[in-house]
Design a protein around this ligand. Structure first.
Ligand SMILES: Cc1cc2nc3c(=O)[nH]c(=O)nc-3n(C[C@H](O)[C@H](O)[C@H](O)COP(=O)(O)OP(=O)(O)OC[C@H]3O[C@@H](n4cnc5c(N)ncnc54)[C@H](O)[C@@H]3O)c2cc1C
Length: 252
């Protein structure tokens, strides 16, 4: 049993298993094995986060051995998940490239930094994720997926509900989803405080079950007080553009 201690020492625990896969196949095999035996995996980058994001009683997957930078063309490069920002800068420099902006330390892994929205300063810069144009990942079912505006672009799209409550009463709303080829699912509880607005990404809803984004669906929102609801879809499948559609609803 190996104890894990984060960078600052504020978090320590002993996972049941500490895995350090050295390549994509090993990650995939670990995920498949965990899934088949009902176990769970938590990835860890450099352990630089102070909050207990990486704590687990089961399998801790370190990406330390998955490191390296591969220059792809004149303006982009591929970095393996465990590549530390310092090594990323050096690898990019060798290829005549550089990051637009970084935080104040270079100890983090690229996977951990992008997973947490790590950012530098400057109003004209986005966080590190905004410099990412594609991702290759192992899903929870052991599938390897390339995701970018060109590959599996539907996975980078999202649907969002904007629920506006202008009343003086908290709105405990219930969302029900209706599918073309399956029974309705719900309720998904969405609370909007009095005189507040709430944006909910449908991709994030998992209780009572993950929204099935791969098929047509409609939304029914029940609210005890009048609310205004707007549905937004950002669809990156269309070449070169981001499509945004909106519809508004208000109870009669
Ligand atoms: C001294 C110090 C300075 C800092 N400076 C800044 C700063 O300037 N700007 C800023 O924004 N933040 C800053 N931070 C915060 C830090 O950048 C973030 O905590 C960052 O997430 C750390 O990256 P990591 O590789 O250590 O990730 P970890 O802490 O190891 O993991 C973070 C999260 O990423 C997930 N994760 C890791 N690897 C993977 C993977 N391969 N696949 C999926 N998920 C994964 C983990 O499960 C966890 O949820 C600082 C922190 C410290 C201690």
């Amino acid at each position: 049993m190996r104890q894990f201690v984060n960078w600052s020492g504020s978090l320590s625990f002993t996972p049941r298993e500490f895995a350090e896969p050295a390549d994509e196949d090993a990650v995939r095999e670990l995920v498949v094995r965990a899934r088949e035996s009902g176990r769970t995996i938590r990835p860890v980058g450099s352990g630089h986060s102070s909050s207990p994001l990486t704590r687990t009683d089961d399998i801790l997957l370190s990406v330390d051995r998955l490191a390296g930078v591969i220059a792809e063309d004149a303006d982009r490069a591929r970095a393996c998940a465990g590549t530390k920002l310092k090594a990323l800068g050096e690898g990019l420099y060798d290829a005549g490239l550089a990051m637009d902006n970084l935080g104040d330390v270079d100890y983090q892994s690229i996977a951990g930094a992008t997973a947490t929205g790590t950012h530098g300063t400057g109003v004209g810069f986005g966080n590190l994720c905004t410099q990412v144009v594609g991702v290759r990942l192992v899903t929870g079912t052991g599938e390897v997926l390339d995701i970018s505006a060109d590959d599996n672009a539907d996975l980078t799209s999202f649907d969002q509900l904007c629920v506006l409550n202008t009343t003086d009463t908290r709105a405990d709303t219930e969302l029900h989803l209706y599918y073309a080829d399956a029974e309705p699912v719900g309720p998904y509880a969405i609370t909007v405080d009095a005189r507040r607005v709430r944006h909910v990404r449908l991709n994030d809803l998992i209780d009572p079950e993950a929204v099935r984004l791969d098929r047509p669906y409609g939304c029914l929102l029940r609210s005890p007080v009048p609310v205004v609801v707007q549905f937004l879809r950002q669809d990156t499948r269309l070449p070169g553009v981001v499509a945004l559609t909106a519809a508004m609803a208000y109870p009669a």
